[in-house]
Design a protein around this ligand. Structure first.
Ligand code: DGJ
Length: 731
């Protein structure tokens, strides 16, 4: 890791262990992108910006700047001056004029990484990372722009963010401040974005980059089920093991765009940041605006290389707290077991049976408070319903603790139902536009937590419930999009700030929660995986991945999620069959195998299971304890994708020292007359010897990876059969 500035060639060189990023200064003021890719040595590469190599000979024709502005590979570009490509910054003045041209002014390089005000971000010590800050300035509107880049000693990601300061004497309005803009030279690329819906999150969508804009976005106030704040472009033949990939992920939980702009000269611009639709931030003189952090990854080892870089970065430099590097308790959540129909006795029946089988925590889901007998009412009334839970939380929790189990609870703090005491007392606390009938979604409104009194109410209720008993886990849910944007506290020219302010308020609440209750395990959730993003990972080491708990559907959902989020963050449970959403029946063993490569837990009424299934639980729990350090800390390799081949799914995790691996294979559809499946493993040490106990066979790493293993169908005669095999190095 290192960052250097070369005075002679007026270029910045940012080196990660395996990549290099180069930025140049042209005519003493224009900041241009030179190179991003495999690691190279520092040298004069200015010709890649289309200018002369000698910086003193910079000869942009000052008499005819338009051609230059519309063609120069700006490191960060501006609307209004003649650059007609998708811009990174758009600003307008009190007079309504759009336009900026921020010119290089100074830079500094320092050890460590600054925090981002009020925003989640990756972190690292002074020994672990180094940062470059480049300051640019627009003298016409007195706007100071700071571009910040951090490289890490142990990771190939580059984390960047942008800060804008109004250094003038009049307010300015920011219409668009993207977090990253990357100019990629003429090439043919494929692009990947992720899309889906409730119960079908994060499907991988790959297609060729074409001319014009291809955009993944959210305008729902959360990162959403529909898209991910992620984009990757790659050489067209890229696969899991080879090819060049450039990827971006935004550390943010609100509205975003992630897009390519395919230019007519066949260059491609890659951008990520806050969605400029419905965004306008008023910046008073002297004020700053900080845009969320973007993580950039370049991989020369295909998608697999990209995946492992993101996993390592997030595990080491984003996820925090007690459970960062620690095994999580095996939990049983009562949502699919009982829905709203439970009481203390029912929960304790479940807990008793669960504790006898090694399950370590009972999580009480929705329905424990107020008049919450169904999902039509009571959100906001965070007072225990003693009709269901006589003796309240202290009694229930102590009984669960007596069984040797931890206790966790569900909350949906951001919401209020029209039918709730809270709404009757404070109808103005819901986000709304005066005179327009407010939109309900799941019979609820969203609280305007951008208002301090509302935020304090929410915080006090959370604090009071969590302090009332020994609660060791919270599932923080969020079940609807934001609509009818209006806020009593915001004047007309600040309504464009609302979505971002809302996201900041969520961060404020979760920041308070995690610093006040440091022992708590927080799991984020949003109707399943509707807010699964790096912003949330900063507060919670795990996120509920999807309400679709059908193991076979989960293969696709978890594959998309694991493309850049670590397995340790993927909330995955064994539920009952026929599955409540899909009606599909999958063997209990297979359900366990598929949940094992996530956080692992159960979501079923254990008192109603067959003896056969019950017997399997202690074995699954034992396997979890045995293998979870590998799942949490190992390198993930995708071997076969059911989403692509509609037949079989296979993946492995390999320990960092390559001494152990876990191979999961799911034969989704039984194939008649299909002898076997040839699986080529990845990530092993080619010259080491390995033993596969399930085959009672010995192989060298290179044989396993190149010749592969021929797996005879152990599942003859049925769909949905699976195995998880151990692979051990022999020393
Ligand atoms: C949506 C979540 O995804 C579910 O797991 C469950 O907690 C329900 N909400 C409860 O309302």
């Amino acid at each position: 890791m290192s960052i250097q500035y070369c005075e002679k060639c007026m270029s910045f060189f940012l080196h990660t262990p395996n990549t290099t990023y180069v930025i140049g200064i042209v005519n003493g003021k224009y900041l241009g992108h030179i190179y991003y890719g495999k690691k190279i040595q520092n040298q004069n590469l200015r010709h890649l910006m289309g200018v002369k190599a000698d910086p003193s000979a910079d000869n942009i024709n000052p008499g005819d700047t338009g051609i230059f502005y519309d063609n120069f590979p700006f490191e960060y570009n501006f609307r209004g001056i003649g650059d007609f490509r998708e811009c990174a910054l758009d600003v307008h003045t009190m007079q309504g004029h759009h336009g900026a041209l921020c010119e290089y002014r100074s830079h500094r390089i320092f050890k460590g990484k600054p925090t981002l005000k009020s925003l989640p971000a990756t972190f690292g010590s002074v020994a672990e990372c180094e940062t470059l800050e480049i300051e640019l300035f627009d003298p016409v509107i007195s706007l100071t722009l700071t571009l910040s880049y951090t490289v890490f000693a142990d990771n190939d990601a580059i984390c960047r963010h942008v800060r804008v300061r109004n250094s003038g004497s009049e307010p300015v309005y920011l219409d668009r401040v993207l977090s990253a803009h990357l100019y990629l030279p003429e090439n043919a690329y494929d692009v990947i974005t992720l899309h889906g819906s409730w119960g079908r999150e994060r499907g991988i969508c790959r297609r060729p980059v074409s001319y014009g804009i291809s955009r993944a976005y959210s305008s729902r106030g959360v990162s959403s089920h529909q898209a991910q704040p992620f984009i990757a472009v790659m050489s067209p033949n890229t696969d899991q093991a080879s090819g060049e990939v450039y990827a971006m992920n935004l550390v943010y939980s609100g509205n975003f765009i992630a897009q390519t702009d395919g230019l007519v000269n066949d260059d491609v611009i890659l951008q990520i940041g806050i969605n400029p639709d419905d965004f306008c931030w008023k910046l008073e003189p002297g004020e700053y605006f900080t845009a969320p952090e973007a993580v950039m990854v370049y991989s020369a080892q295909g998608l697999g290389g990209m995946t492992r870089t993101f996993h390592d970065l997030y595990r080491k430099h984003l996820i925090r707290g007690k459970y960062k590097d620690c095994k999580r308790p095996v939990l049983l959540n009562n949502w699919e077991a009982t829905y709203f129909d439970f009481n203390t006795e029912k929960l304790l029946d479940i807990a008793r049976s669960a504790s006898q089988r090694g399950i370590e925590m009972l999580v009480m889901d929705d329905g424990w408070f107020g008049n919450r007998f169904d999902d039509h009412r009571a959100l906001g009334d965070w007072v225990v319903n003693e009709e269901k839970l006589p003796g309240g939380l202290p009694y229930l929790v102590s009984e669960v603790n007596k069984l040797g189990m931890k206790f966790g609870i569900w909350f949906e703090p951001e919401m209020v139902c029209p039918d709730s005491d809270l709404f009757r007392a404070h109808p103005d606390w819901a986000i709304q536009v005066p005179n327009r009938t407010n939109t309900t979604l799941r019979w609820q409104y969203v609280l305007d937590i951008t208002r301090p009194e509302v935020l304090e109410y929410v915080w006090n209720r959370l604090y009071s419930v969590l302090s009332s008993a020994n609660i060791e886990y919270v599932k923080w849910d969020m079940n609807r999009a934001l609509t009818n944007i209006g806020s009593q506290d915001l004047p007309a020219d600040r309504i464009g700030e609302f979505y971002h302010r809302y996201t900041l308020a969520v961060y404020e609440l979760q920041g308070r929660l995690t610093s006040e209750f440091t022992e708590l395990l927080l799991e984020n959730c949003s109707s399943g995986g509707g807010r699964f993003d790096p912003g949330m990972l900063y507060y919670s080491p795990q996120i509920w991945c999807s309400d679709d708990t059908d193991a076979i559907e989960r293969l696709k959902i978890q594959e998309g999620t694991a493309l850049f989020y670590p397995l340790s963050s993927i909330g995955a449970h064994v539920s009952v069959c026929p599955n409540h959403l899909t009606g599909r029946s999958v063997p209990f063993e297979t359900r366990g195998h598929i949940a094992m490569l996530g956080t692992f837990g159960y979501e079923l009424d254990i008192t109603k299971l067959s003896e056969e299934d019950l017997e399997m639980i202690p074995k699954q729990v034992e396997m979890y304890h045995e293998s979870n350090d590998l799942v949490r800390g190992g390198d993930y390799y995708r071997l076969a994708s059911y989403a692509e081949n509609h037949f079989v799914d296979a993946y492995m995790v390999v320990s960092k020292d390559k001494s152990r691996a876990l191979l999961t294979m799911v034969a989704v559809t039984y194939r008649i007359n299909h002898r076997a499946f040839l699986l080529r493993l990845q990530g092993l040490d080619p010259i080491a010897n390995y033993y596969i106990p399930a085959m009672d066979s010995h192989f060298t790493g290179d044989a396993l990876m190149n010749a592969g293993i021929f797996i005879p169908s152990p599942w003859a005669g049925g769909d949905y059969r699976s195995f998880v095999w151990k692979i051990e190095r022999e020393d």
